[in-house]
Design a protein around this ligand. Sequence first.
Ligand code: CP
Length: 361
Amino acid sequence: MIEQLRADGSLRHLLTLETLDRRQIERLLERAQSFVRPLGERPPRSRLLEGATVANLFTEPSTRTRVSFELAAMRLGATVVQLEVQLSSRAKGESMLDTIYTLQSLHVDALVIRDAEPGVPALAAAHVAPHVSVLSGGEAHVSHPTQGLLDALTVYQHKQRFAGLAIAIVGDIRHSRVARSAWHAFSKLGVSDLRLAAPATLMPEREEFAGCSRHTELASALAGADVIMMLRIQRERISEAHLPVGEQYFGAWGLTRERLALSRPDAIVMHPQPMNRGIEGSQVRCTKLPGAAYAAHLGAARRSTNCSASYASCESTRACSRKMVPRLEPIRVCPVLSPARPVLPPAPPCAPRRRCAPGRG
Ligand code: CP
């Protein structure tokens, strides 16, 4: 397992939440929360990453994660490079490592990687120069750390706690990096009632997801749940033989009005998106239900926090080791994780940074 922290304990890489402890995750959430602004307001900006260059290498499709990382890096003042992998020399057979060495030689300071192969972000992290950080934007079925942070922050925004919550994760858990990162985040943050609900073919192996209860029908998983996480069927990772049939799947595992009524009246429903409408659920069915908040990416809360998880991780893994925090507005959206502590210490005066010639930032 790659060491994600520097010798001074600060975060250098962000590949997984698995090896972070509770306080480290809380700090990232507090940092992410400090970047949240209501939709319609200008997003926060800072010069924290001024002079740094961030490259996005996404070899799998993405809308939310890629745009979030791009916007986060730009709003922190970095130069952002989007490598269109299909148009890059990777298409001519260049290896991922050669691509990474090339970017590094061009003064890229941080690499955001999404890849369908397990181990690619760790491979990159093991080979980059000491000043370069690697952030996972989604690794195969293994890990999606900023999604895990986003999901934890969304739950906290709605529930103001983790202890005592019952969280049901429903659907294609076996192939889901979202579920694995959510499990890491929620179990470390003190959620003790984590429920997995899936048909046998989509349930993970027994050795995985320690501490979670397993449900082979939806009703017991939803009973009294505070949070329901619906997952997308990962078609791209399932053989044709095991692919569930849409109507049949919705019949057994789709979130209907009647099933949602089994959860608590103030339950929230989350979906990482993209959604297979009519298979995992349909927004109309959920939003019409009185008392239940539908908090998918489509909802304002998640949309405004999505970028914040990326902000937090970009900021925390920036190449510069000097401790700096952006000057930000006080939190206005929801209570902080630890009300007794300030979310961010006062911003220290910025020391002079390496200057870039105008137009070459
Ligand atoms: N939730 C998520 O990772 O969405 P994208 O695949 O669009 O990035």
